[in-house]
Design a protein. Structure first.
Length: 231
């Protein structure tokens, strides 16, 4: 569920983009960078249906549902002059219950990227322009991270998605790399889908711990977390 109230979007910050993806050739600024895959304005509200599953001994042992609300409550310029939006997050177990605020985070809009800050951790959520197969370091703003570590990529740019009872005709997916279960005992991956003119419509996080039996490799334990936008 998304409500929008118009607010001019300003952008700054350029030098750190070299760390993310390198400079564009002069004079080649694309006409459609894809920033409208995550429109942001004060007054926006998005509600997600949330489903959490717990795995044990290769089967799902519990499933719980809840709702998450994200509200854009204010906008300001950060110390570097970039437009930053405060996102207040609230949760409830069912649609009949009252919302309870549990956290806040920020989204910083720059010409070449969208930066998410939560719990003092900063990740590059989107990189502009949006290009199928493009990879970048989502942790480029983390001084403890290797700058050349490419751990997020675009895929299925322009593809359609049906989720939450609605079909989105023009979407882009970001995918975080995980470990290969054939060679590692742990698998973690994050998939996020954004619809043009809407924003995030699906977020899926998977955490699996594998172990070997006499018959096969199985999921010893794990979790699945899915957030689907309410139309």
């Amino acid at each position: 569920m998304l409500r929008r109230l118009p607010l001019p979007a300003l952008a700054a910050l350029c030098t750190i983009i070299i760390v993310l993806t390198g400079c564009e050739h002069a004079g080649e600024a694309p006409a459609d960078p894809g920033r409208d895959f995550y429109p942001i304005a004060v007054g926006d509200e998005r509600i997600f249906n949330v489903e959490d599953k717990v795995w044990l001994n290769n089967r799902v042992v519990s499933t719980t549902t809840s709702q998450l609300r994200e509200q854009i409550t204010e906008a300001y310029r950060d110390a570097a002059g970039a437009m930053t939006y405060k996102v207040v997050r609230a949760r409830r177990a069912t649609a009949a219950e009252a919302w309870r605020v549990d956290s806040a985070q920020t989204l910083t809009v720059a010409p070449q990227y969208l930066l998410l800050t939560r719990s003092n951790l900063r990740t590059v959520e989107l990189l502009y322009p949006v290009r199928d197969g493009q990879e970048w370091n989502k942790n480029a703003f983390d001084s403890h991270n290797a700058p050349n570590d490419l751990n997020r990529r675009y895929q299925e740019v322009g593809g359609s998605l049906s989720a939450g009872g609605r079909t989105y005709a023009n979407t882009v997916t970001t995918f975080d790399e995980g470990d290969d279960p054939l060679f590692n005992a742990y698998w973690h991956t994050l998939r996020q889908v954004y619809a043009r003119g809407v924003g995030p419509v699906l977020r899926e996080a998977i955490y699996y711990n594998y172990c070997s039996t006499s018959a096969a490799v199985i999921i010893c334990s794990g979790k699945e977390h899915v957030e689907t936008l309410v139309p």
